[in-house]
Design a binder for this molecule. Structure first.
Ligand code: DNO
Length: 347
């Protein structure tokens, strides 16, 4: 396993030099952020990002994310041009040494929470999803970090209507088309495509969501019979629904060599199915992190792993979920579990 850390580029308040000081991090996960969704990522920009990362002695082998344009997900308007662009971006990334691309197929909204700075009992601030509060939200007025904010209120309303009309099966059809188009390129370039599950893994605002549970992950993987077609197994996204058994999913898809990237974080599931993002430490949430790491080690996982969302602690401010301190604690906790479980103590 290679322990990595997400970095949002030069605008990120967390510096590469600080990330480098976390003892077990060997690589950075990042993206080119100044290209509009759907356009080709030029080689020069990817090379520049890579050079910045390499300068501090870290690797850049994973991209999170290359976003999928809504026209592709809806298979309308300019979708074929955007798919061709996506293929070219895969080729360009491969030329720069990228081995794994994370992406998602969530309509309109990426991850969704009711609050990104909810104060927990210990004074730290965390992202939370309270079902009753989400039910009150106006989806056209939402804006969270990581979301594509280039859409106007009108456009978001139109998109929501289009997805409701498309429905789940329509979304599956469009995903299938996209996968059949891009995977041959990924295979040829030897790049692993790792879809990120929907977060949370259930439909929100009556918009379909399909990368949600074991049955649908099976269906997704059956769309293309090649190991380059795989998953970002996100313990927090899938694990906030008690119907998902994370160690079981890791063992199953890990044995099949379909997990390429592991996002590891803990969540505390509340009685009504709401959840709070907690510290990585097992006792703070509902997931058994030791069992999760045991599953990865058992299947001989050799892909990339990263601590996922952290709380804001010690007065840190910044991008919700992506501060330095709590993710640093998470990386060390996960590293400690790995060392304790592995016979040879080797990452
Ligand atoms: C949230 C992240 C997601 C993820 C994308 C992948 O913090 O896990 O935004 O990067 O869904 O495409």
């Amino acid at each position: 396993m290679k322990m990595t850390f997400r970095w949002y580029g030069t605008d990120d308040p967390v510096s590469l030099e600080y990330i480098k000081q976390i003892p077990n991090i060997t690589g950075i996960v990042s993206a080119v952020y100044d290209i509009p969704v759907g356009e080709v990522w030029p080689i020069e920009k990817i090379e520049k990002l890579k050079a910045e990362v390499n300068l501090v002695g870290l690797e850049l082998e994973v991209i999170e994310s290359v976003p999928v344009h809504e026209d592709i997900k809806l298979k309308r308007n300019d979708y074929q041009r955007y798919i061709d662009n996506y293929k070219q971006t895969i080729r360009n990334l491969a030329k720069c040494g990228i081995k794994c691309i994370c992406y998602n197929f969530m309509p309109v909204f990426d991850w969704t929470r009711s609050s990104v700075d909810h104060q927990l009992n210990d004074g730290s601030k965390a992202l939370v999803y309270y079902k009753n509060e989400v039910a009150q939200l106006d989806p056209t007025k939402l804006s969270l970090p990581g979301w594509d904010t280039s859409y106007s209120v009108m456009e978001v309303s139109e998109l929501i209507t289009a997805y409701k009309e498309l429905g789940e099966e329509g979304l599956w059809e469009n995903l299938k088309y996209f996968i059949k188009e891009i995977l041959p390129v990924a295979v040829e370039c030897d790049v692993n495509m790792a879809i990120h599950p929907d977060d949370p893994p259930w439909s929100i605002f009556e918009i379909p969501r399909i990368i949600t549970n074991e049955k649908n992950l099976d269906r997704f993987l059956s769309l293309y019979d090649d190991s380059h077609h795989g998953l970002t197994l996100c313990s927090g996204s899938l694990g906030c629904a008690s119907f998902n058994d994370i160690p079981l999913l890791i063992r199953k898809y890990g044995k099949m060599r379909r997990i390429h990237f592991a996002h590891i974080r803990n969540v505390k599931i509340l009685d009504d199915g709401s959840f709070e993002e907690s510290a990585h430490y097992s006792r703070c949430g509902s997931l058994d992190m030791v069992e999760i790491m045991r599953a990865y080690i058992e299947v001989g996982f050799e892909g990339y792993i990263r601590p996922d969302h952290g709380r804001m602690i010690w007065g840190e401010t910044g991008k919700p979920g992506y501060g330095l301190y709590d993710r640093g604690l998470g990386a060390m906790y996960l590293g400690g579990i790995i060392d304790a479980l592995k016979d040879d103590g080797d990452l």
